[in-house]
Design a protein around this ligand. Structure first.
Ligand code: NAI
Length: 248
């Protein structure tokens, strides 16, 4: 618990559970007020209650990141409610895993729409405010598979690789307005998303983790809080892997 993010307003997408919930709670513990977004808005109550218990202002917004109208509506409400936006965490993400041969066009489109187009839509809506404010920090939650690839995840790895490229490009576009853009690339993290993986896949993944254990959502959240804060004031366009040593 620090005061690193005191007087800052942070929007976290996909904040209802898993890594998004842990990020929201870490940012709140470090002093930020929160705008929580999720397509399952009714699931946000738990995150909101825990963050309010830390003494923060918290508002919840129904938001489908893949839908421009839904994003526009939610971001307009957030701007009206809080009057500013200092931190954006593009965390909402989904998987539709299967081998290329079996992957449908719908599996491809859904994953690219949420993971990549979603980050584009939310960033575009929020960056307008950050550019005017001349300050802001955007953190994209990518994945190690966006760097190293993973059989059975051609849609997901392409979306996360795209997100890493988008991070570097936006750092170049927004830097002159003092808006920083970075990515965190989690490895194998204990959440609902990974629970559904077959045991054999989990075993193979763990064999490639030098630290020998899956990460926890809080491990990712701490890295996000650092990049969001002024402690990272001269860091932009970078990818921070949080993966127990799996890559680089
Ligand atoms: P999760 O499935 O537990 O939570 C994802 C959240 O995003 C849910 O609350 C869901 O309702 C929300 N969401 C889904 N589609 C949405 C949409 N269209 N609009 C708004 N919200 C939406 O997932 P988890 O594991 O917490 O993952 C969070 C992020 O971390 C994702 O971007 C994921 O790709 C990434 N990640 C996860 C890893 C892991 O091992 N769990 C590893 C690497 C990256």
């Amino acid at each position: 618990m620090t005061n690193l993010l005191e007087n800052k307003v942070a929007l976290v997408t996909g904040a209802a559970r898993g890594i998004g919930q842990a990020i929201a709670l870490q940012l709140a513990a470090d002093g930020a007020d929160l705008a929580l977004g999720d397509v399952q808005a009714e699931w946000l109550a738990e995150t909101a209650e825990k963050a309010r218990a830390l003494g923060r202002r918290v508002e919840c917004y129904a938001m489908n990141v893949a839908d421009g109208a839904s994003v526009g509506e939610a971001v307009a409400k957030i701007a009206a409610d809080f009057g500013k936006m200092d931190v954006l965490v593009n965390n909402a993400g989904i998987t539709r895993d299967t081998l290329l041969i079996r992957m449908s066009e719908e599996d491809w489109d859904q994953v690219l729409d949420v993971n990549l187009k979603g980050a584009f839509l939310v960033t575009k809506a929020v960056a307008r405010f950050m550019m005017k404010q001349r300050t802001g920090s955007i953190v994209n939650i990518a994945s190690v598979v966006g760097v190293m690839g993973n059989a059975g995840q051609v849609n997901y790895s392409a979306s996360k690789g795209g997100l890493l490229a988008m991070t570097r490009t936006l750092a170049k576009e927004l830097g002159s307005r003092n808006v920083r853009v970075n990515a965190v690339a989690p490895g194998y993290i204990n959440t609902a998303m990974t629970k559904q993986l077959p045991e054999a896949v989990k075993e193979v993944m763990l064999r490639n983790v030098p630290l020998g254990r899956p990460g926890e959502p809080e491990d990712v959240a701490k890295a996000v809080a650092f990049l969001a804060s002024d402690n990272a004031a001269y860091i932009s366009g970078q990818t921070l892997p949080v993966c127990g040593g799996m890559i680089w």
